[in-house]
Design a protein around this ligand. Structure first.
Ligand code: 13P
Length: 334
């Protein structure tokens, strides 16, 4: 795979007015989401729920790609059409979560390092054959007392770089995701500092590992007040500080940046993205790769009557995709 093909995929992922829907919850995570709405976490329910999402009519108007979990990449609609075919027919690129989760970092209580490098080369080869065009690896950075440590940031960025290089070798665009968590009572300035240090370390590691930025997408967390911080920054401040932080640490060569929602409300996630895109010229398109902020409303509706509520749930998915697609252009109105 040439760099040109990787670059083409990366650019398609951040095409104007489009973003990504993240539906790559591990079985443990989707169980938590299903528990919250009273759905049993069986393989068939997971399949049916993801079918509802992926077959939303005209989803491709605002969605360029969807990140799947291993199980989902191998599944089909109830009529036997592989999800990857449904997606490609709708103009939605199949993506795959390839990390194996964030595990405690030995020697650093409270901190996490993401695992999954062993055997990744062979897994990526198989995912490429199954139709995956891009992959995701999520690192988790926790803010707390004396946290994050430099060791935690370095270990996670090193793993992200090794993963990204392996993806490109397999012809798959890496989406690198260093998530600085919203959990905690820290203020927005602290979030800014930690995000900047993390991103600088990440791009240093990507450079050391010969990762081609033209064929890479950054999935970033926004610079935002900790969930329990008494002083919550408003939309303008979040947008302004996030943009400033990204401009200070992300090379202009990158084809695009997408955000995670990270526990923000649907409305906040959309408003923040919209405000950033109204703030004048920037080196890269800014779009979304939301999980919860794309799905929560639809999941609640679907849970009430499952197959009976498919249409209503899909209308909600479409509406969220449209709002976020408009926000990616700075044209969303509350
Ligand atoms: P949230 O938008 O729910 O944070 O999920 C995005 C994601 O894919 C995290 O890895």
């Amino acid at each position: 795979m040439s760099i040109d093909q990787l670059a083409e995929t990366a650019q398609a992922m951040v095409a104007a007015g489009k973003g990504i829907i993240a539906i790559d919850e591990s079985t443990a995570t989707i169980k938590k989401r299903f528990d919250g709405v009273g759905i049993e976490c069986t393989e068939e329910n997971r399949r049916a729920y993801r079918e509802m999402l992926l077959t939303t009519p005209k989803l491709g108007d605002y969605i360029s790609g969807a990140i799947l979990y291993d199980e989902t990449l191998r599944q089909s609609t109830k009529d036997g059409v592989p999800f990857t075919k449904v997606m490609m027919d709708a103009g939605i690129l199949p993506g795959i979560k390839v990390d194996l989760g964030a595990k405690p970092l030995a020697g650093f209580p409270g901190e996490l390092v993401t695992e999954g490098l062993d055997g990744l080369r062979d897994r990526l080869k198989e995912y490429a054959k199954l139709g995956a065009k891009f992959a995701k690896w999520r690192a988790v950075i926790t803010i707390g007392e004396d946290m994050p440590s430099g060791t935690c940031i370095e270990a996670n960025c090193h793993a992200l770089a090794r993963y990204a290089a392996l993806c490109q070798e397999a012809g798959i665009v890496p989406m690198v995701e260093p998530e600085v968590l919203m959990d905690g009572s820290h203020d927005i300035d602290t979030c800014y500092d930690i995000t900047e240090v993390t991103l600088r370390s990440l791009f240093g590691s990507l450079y050391e590992h010969n990762v081609m930025l033209e064929g890479t997408i950054l999935k970033a967390s926004m610079v935002i007040s900790g969930k329990d911080c008494p002083e919550q920054a408003d939309v303008e401040e979040v947008a302004e500080m996030t943009l400033r932080c990204l401009k200070a640490s992300v090379p202009a060569t990158l084809p695009g940046i997408v955000f995670l929602s990270g526990g923000q409300s649907d409305e906040d996630a959309t408003a923040h993205l919209n405000a950033m895109n109204q703030m004048g010229p920037k080196p890269w398109p800014l779009s979304f790769s939301y999980g919860r902020a794309m799905q929560s409303a639809a999941l609640k509706l679907w849970a009430k009557d499952m197959a009976g509520n498919t249409k209503a749930a899909q209308e909600t998915v479409y509406a969220r995709a449209k709002d976020n697609g408009l926000a990616a252009l700075g044209r969303w109105k509350a």
